[in-house]
Design a protein around this ligand. Structure first.
Ligand code: AOF
Ligand code: ZN
Length: 324
């Protein structure tokens, strides 16, 4: 299952509105086939793994990170494909909350006499597929807030000044995160101050840039800005309605990259699921721009629990998960 989860993670950010599922087929202790959900959401992971396994799937065990689907979509149900290939045991991490599946895949397999267990590495799978799970359960994308701040809690040396705060290792991690998210959003203040591009610039992953959005309100999008030239959507209005709209459009994950006012709005609305705080050792001084536009970090972190910390070069990344 650990291997299947790793395979599923390769597809992060590429499968919306589908989840990023991984599948490993094992016959007599040997891996016979592997697969993950293909870009755009089809073929599903099981179909890919069965294709590789061929006749070796007969009598094999399939490890799948999500319950095999039971509905007729663009192709037949994966549960049926597993049965057709002669798989005799299926182990899954999670039940699929999609109302079209929701236990139906497991039931179909059991009814046909397949040994079927679920719940293996469920916690890890819930983290990996949090985007899809959040969209199905809350009808909105999972919101990941990322902020890079100085040792004294500033995001820029002064108002309107583009300031680089974190080092190359942290920046590379942020670009990987962009590749793994469906959409990215910044406030108009950040567009005016930084003129960001919001693309993934990791070698080989350039095609995986998330769809860009700007939260309007403070001024207009300058026609000569990088985002205007790329084509960006300016969105406005109360955040819950805005997120519901992104959810209806099939986006599983939204990365909010600042600035201070956008971060504060999402935090105050209780709409941040994952808060990634990058703290650099540099000091910007009293003239710097406060990281949360007046909201204290202690207060902002109240609804979160620290779930991990690591050093990225000289910068510290702290991961906070919203408490359920
Ligand atoms: C699986 N394996 O790899 C994925 C699954 O629109 P469709 O027909 O592609 O179906 C989408 C639904 O299928 C999606 O909402 C989720 O319930 C399931 N995704 N299922 O067995 C996979 N990606
Ligand atoms: Zn399927």
């Amino acid at each position: 299952m650990d291997y299947a989860l790793r395979l599923g993670r390769r597809a992060l950010g590429t499968t919306a509105e589908n989840p990023n599922v991984g599948c490993v087929i094992v016959k007599d202790g040997v891996v016979a086939g592997i697969g993950w959900t293909m870009p755009g959401g089809r073929p599903h992971a099981e179909t890919v793994a069965l294709g590789m396994a061929g006749g070796r799937a007969r009598g094999a065990t399939a490890y799948v990170t999500l319950e095999p689907c039971a509905h007729h979509g663009r192709t037949g149900p994966c549960a049926e494909a597993l049965l057709g290939a002669g798989v005799t045991r299926v182990v899954t991490a999670l039940t699929d909350p999609d109302p079209r599946v929701s236990g139906g895949g497991h039931a179909m397999l059991r009814a046909a006499g397949v040994a079927c267990e679920t719940g293996l590495m469920a916690e890890e799978a819930s983290r990996d597929m949090a985007g899809f799970l959040t969209r199905i359960r809350l009808q909105r994308p999972q919101v990941i807030l990322k902020l890079a701040v100085s040792a004294d809690g500033k995001i820029a040396a002064g108002p309107g000044q583009r300031t680089s705060i974190s080092g190359p290792e942290a920046n590379a991690r942020v670009h990987l995160l962009r590749a793994q998210c469906n959409a990215i959003l910044v406030g108009m203040g950040t567009v005016l101050a930084d003129d960001p591009e919001l693309t993934c610039r990791l070698p080989g992953l350039e095609a995986r840039s998330p769809r860009p959005f700007v939260l309007g309100g403070a001024g207009h999008l300058p026609p000569a800005s990088r985002l205007a030239r790329r084509g960006v959507e300016v969105v406005e209005g109360p955040l819950p309605g805005l997120l519901a709209d992104l959810g209806r459009r099939g986006l599983n994950t939204l990365l909010v990259e600042g600035g201070a006012r956008a971060a504060r709005s999402f935090l105050e609305a209780g709409l941040v699921d994952l808060f990634l705080l990058i703290q650099s050792p540099v000091t910007l001084g009293a003239g710097g721009v406060d990281m949360l536009a007046g909201l204290s970090l202690d207060q902002a972190l109240q609804p979160f629990a620290l779930s991990g910390q690591e050093m990225l070069g000289g910068d510290r990344l702290s991961v906070y998960e919203a408490r359920p």
